[in-house]
Design a protein around this ligand. Structure first.
Ligand SMILES: NC(=O)c1ccc[n+]([C@@H]2O[C@H](COP(=O)([O-])OP(=O)(O)OC[C@H]3O[C@@H](n4cnc5c(N)ncnc54)[C@H](O)[C@@H]3O)[C@@H](O)[C@H]2O)c1
Length: 255
């Protein structure tokens, strides 16, 4: 029987309260993790709800409030996780954000914010997770890129650039961390029905929104769970020889 079990393992999901991150939190919990840290900006009712649902699968959850682009917050996520469970096997660098802007309306401040939240954070998450994993039997890292990192995207110049950086970091990680038993892969979702996408679509005319949807061969947005299932595969031993890849989850948009 094929098993996707993560029995006894410990993981971290950044941005795990909402959207794709929430779905990944629940999917990893369902697969039998022992401990799971969720690092997110705000820990309100939504965080409690996702923690309770995850715990219903038998996983212990540590909720941490912090900003993934801040060195001390990311470092703390790794040290607190290791302090609590004495291991770290899976690091999912999911948190990210996007805005709808063209070249002319993108300020330097917005550029810096998007690059910090989407790219700097992944560097920090990889660095601190790998620092632990390399001396403790390895592990696996899953980074959240985007179709925009491959195509340049159509939301803003900073977003695609940040996600292309995530793809490059993933490849660099695979090349330099494999010798420590650490696999690094990325996911590149297309259009997934989350708050981030809904707020982008809300700025479009109905015709423009329709036109964008018509570029998806499957004719619909993906669900967060459809991305989470691929994250689980990458985090599991079924993907033991998958390394340095960016897996497209786009409903056929790259075909
Ligand atoms: N939704 C899509 O269609 C889509 C497509 C491609 C890639 N992505 C990527 O997937 C990831 C998740 O996107 P989503 O659509 O679920 O977004 P979302 O806005 O629904 O959720 C993002 C989560 O990350 C958290 N977060 C944001 N900034 C943070 C920060 N600085 N520190 C800590 N936590 C932070 C938020 O609080 C939230 O819980 C992002 O990296 C995004 O770029 C999304």
């Amino acid at each position: 029987m094929i098993s996707l079990s993560l029995d006894g393992k410990v993981g971290i999901v950044t941005g795990g309260v909402q959207g794709i991150g929430r779905a990944i939190t629940l999917k990893l919990a369902e697969a039998g993790l022992r401990g799971l840290t969720v690092l997110d900006l705000k820990l309100g009712d939504a965080a409690q709800e996702v923690a309770q649902r995850a715990e219903s699968f038998g996983v212990e959850v540590l909720l941490l409030e912090g900003n993934v682009s801040k060195n001390e917050d990311m470092k703390k996520a790794i040290t607190e996780t290791v302090k609590k469970w004495n291991r770290l096997d899976i690091m999912v660098n999911n948190a990210g954000m996007g805005r709808q802007n063209d070249f002319f309306t993108t300020s330097e401040g917005q550029w810096d914010l998007i690059i910090d939240v989407n790219l700097r954070s992944v560097f920090l998450g990889m660095k601190y997770a790998a620092e632990y994993m390399k001396d403790h039997g390895g592990g696996c890292i899953v980074n959240m890129a985007s179709i925009s990192g491959v195509t340049g995207g159509n939301t803003s110049p900073d977003y695609g650039a940040s996600k292309a950086g995530v793809i490059a970091l993933t490849k660099f990680g695979a090349k330099t961390l494999s010798k420590y038993g650490i696999r690094v892969n990325a996911l590149a979702p297309g259009t997934i029905e989350t708050v981030l996408v809904k707020s982008n679509y809300a700025t479009l005319t109905p015709e423009a929104a329709e036109k964008r949807l018509s570029t998806i061969p499957m004719g619909r947005m993906g669900t967060p769970e459809e991305v989470a299932k691929v994250a689980l595969f990458l985090a599991s031993d079924l993907a033991s020889y998958v390394n340095g890849e960016t897996v497209m989850v786009t409903g056929g948009r790259m075909s």
